[in-house]
Design a protein around this ligand. Sequence first.
Ligand code: SAM
Length: 291
Amino acid sequence: MADLGQPQNTIAILKKYDFTFQKKFGQNFLIDTHVLEKIVDAADIGKDDLVLEIGPGIGTVTQYLCEAARQVIAVEIDRQLIKILKDTLSAYDNVEVINEDILKVDIAALVEEKNSGKPIKVVSNLPYYITTPIIMTLLEKRVPVTDMTLMMQEEVARRMQAVPGNKDYGALSLAVQYYSVPYIAAFVPPNCFMPRPNVGSAVVNLKCHEKPPVEVNDDELMFKLIKASFAQRRKTLQNGLTNSAELDFTKDEVTEAILKMQETLGMKQNPLIRGETLTLKEFACLSDILS
Ligand code: SAM
């Protein structure tokens, strides 16, 4: 089958099937072989791997995955693409296409059924509207996944990788870094897609931790503290945590906890710090003191 990473081959398939792009499904198909190679390299796929692809489109990334992996499961929501995929993936007997909304798929059950519960890899040129929900679902539910290699908006990629003191640092950075190590493998300009998106994209590899890098008694409370701290970025941590509707601490309790956290971690005593300066370890310590 012709390499769909070559724009003329993608155009020929779209014409052959009289395909109409569905904006609501975030359809931006890749048309650049270098980017496809970068994705497969970043995913580090071997012949033992089972790969879950979210949103195969016309099968462009899928073809590359089929060459590299033992088996590929591709979940595509758009029914009009299923017959196209039958055609473009006809050369491969190691791929299964499922016509379903990935947000409705029980991925843990799928891993159990297709890979006897052994960890899989996830690869996707993500439809941007589900980037955060799908990543957070996979991470929080601790679905057996070794790593995910995902194309996403550049701005979201930068937020995932950001560290304290960086303007992109926020609740998403901490949530992603609690479960994985994010690494931006490539920046991808709009002209690598058809149609072109309005913003730049990036390929991110998230290597999932077997165990989180910090220990915390109640990670739900820690994430509530994180959310409250960044909801009011300009406020002090003290005010952010006292004014949150989801938390029920007095200003004195919060102040005392901040000072205790700083003492425990050998930091300078300052009750007026901002949440955006705190590391994951500091949030974990604060959470343990408040819990
Ligand atoms: N993988 C193809 C490529 O790189 O050329 C297509 C990528 S395109 C950005 C996103 C794909 O995800 C589209 O094919 C779209 O129909 C599909 N999609 C959108 N929402 C989905 C969902 N909830 N579940 C499964 N697939 C979805």
